[in-house]
Design a protein around this ligand. Structure first.
Ligand code: DHB
Ligand code: FE
Length: 429
């Protein structure tokens, strides 16, 4: 899956994009470790031993030992990370930058004093008849173009209550309390088996699990190869590790960011019940999840979450991102959370059947109008945690314009504190 790289012909320049970040992940994280004084001491005492504790390639380690910054950059390093090595060596940014040009330190300093390197002849490789050929862009593997276009085949919507996960994990799905709920997901499990997607883009909210008050991204996309089930305090759920799809995630991230959605790119994230409970509901208890999953986390913990309109537009942008992917992937987009529930304060336990069912009706039939519903309506009518429903608009926005086929609709009260709602919509095309 080729990322568009209009910057490849800029001479002597490597843009730190998702491909480079993936190749250089451990190299850059090693560099970050040098932010700690104790780590700097250990590195200086025995560089080879320190590097051997990191899962970097031999070439990357060699490039660090040789302080070959050009090589480090070709191998996925980014200058702001690599600067920690230079700082550990007591070198300035000017010394580090100059070391990559083939110039002496003095000549580089003089060049800067005299106005810096000229832009003339340095805009693109071969500019002015090849005068810039000495400043070659670092070699990047030529992307292999493949046939086919990815498409969004279906979307799935479901509540994500932790107690549902516990009921599955503890073998209580047949208990009288739980039986009617799990009954409602039987058709979904059969549908999932018969319609296994290649990838699920799973929109959910993190519940103060991966993100704390130190960092609360509005939209975060998981670009890693795997995501572990989180320990939310009860111990991690006994469910498979979630395999990601780094290539498609990077493609979607780039497409969305260039489409003016400011995503946070996440390379390490444990996933909580918002993601694992829906997978359990539709996939049961397999040894491995049936396909890779791209986690897409939305802040609904600290007010304000993104508006319904923004979520709807994001869904549209996800649709464009997937359509611009050159691999024949069938992608399903899920939205989790909701329906009406309030987990806090004297109004805890609030359920609003009328609101929930009107929401389901309108999500199917007129989602663009539903997207104009303000936050306060959700908070007032569906409970403070009912705001999770805005995430359903992202999945719905990713669907085609033509009316979807309603494969399954289910509503049940209660699961723990929550009204459980569930929809499966297929694109007709
Ligand atoms: C419950 C529901 C949720 O959506 C959640 O994130 C946590 C708890 C509940 O009903 O218990
Ligand atoms: Fe929740």
């Amino acid at each position: 899956m080729a990322l568009d790289k209009p910057y490849r012909d800029i001479p002597g320049t490597t843009i730190f994009d998702a491909d480079q970040a993936r190749v250089g992940y451990h190299l850059n994280q090693f560099c970050m470790s040098l932010m700690q004084p104790g780590n700097r001491e250990r590195f200086k005492a025995d560089e080879r031993a320190y590097l051997d504790a990191w899962p970097m390639t031999g070439e990357q380690k060699q490039a660090v030992l040789a302080r070959d910054l050009n090589r480090c950059i070709a191998l996925g390093g980014n200058i702001y990370f690599l600067a920690k090595i230079g700082a550990t060596d007591g070198r300035s940014f000017q010394q580090m930058a100059g070391s990559m040009t083939g110039m002496t330190e003095e000549a580089y300093r003089d060049m800067m004093i005299h106005g810096g390197r000229s832009i003339e002849g340095n805009r693109s490789i071969g500019e002015n008849g090849g005068s810039a050929s000495a400043l070659r862009a670092a070699p990047l593997a030529a992307p292999a173009r493949r046939q086919g276009t990815a498409r969004i085949g279906a979307s799935v919507y479901t509540s994500h209550v932790p107690a549902i996960g516990a009921a599955i994990d503890l073998g209580r799905t047949g208990d009288p309390y739980w039986q009617p709920l799990f009954e409602g997901y039987q058709p979904s499990k059969a549908w999932m088996k018969a319609n296994r997607p290649d990838v699920i883009l799973l929109v959910y909210n993190d519940h103060a699990t991966a993100f704390s008050l130190e960092l609360m991204p509005t939209f975060a996309i998981g670009c890693a190869a795997e995501f572990k089930p989180a320990d939310e305090g009860w111990g991690p759920r006994p469910v498979p590790v979630v395999a990601g799809h780094p290539e498609l995630a990077a493609h979607i991230a780039q497409s969305l960011i260039l489409d003016d959605f400011d995503l946070t790119v996440v390379n390490r994230m444990d996933v909580d019940h918002g993601l694992t409970v829906p997978l359990s509901l539709l996939c049961g208890q397999p040894a491995a999840w049936p396909c890779p999953v791209i986690p897409f986390a939305v802040n609904v913990v600290q007010y304000p979450p993104p508006s319904g309109r923004r979520c709807w537009q994001l869904g549209r942008a996800i649709r464009r991102a997937v359509a611009s992917c050159d691999q024949p992937l069938n992608v399903h987009v899920w939205g989790t959370g909701g329906m009406s529930h309030q987990l806090q304060g004297p109004r805890a336990g609030l359920i609003n059947r009328d609101f929930d069912n009107a929401f389901l009706d309108q999500l199917i039939a007129d989602p663009a109008a539903l997207a104009t519903k303000p936050h306060v309506d959700y908070l007032r009518e569906a409970g403070s945690e009912g705001i999770e429903l805005v995430m359903w608009l992202i999945a719905r926005g990713a669907m085609a314009d033509a009316p979807p086929r309603v494969v399954h609709r289910f509503y049940h009260v209660p699961a723990s504190n929550t009204a459980v709602g569930h929809l499966i919509l297929e694109n007709s095309g």
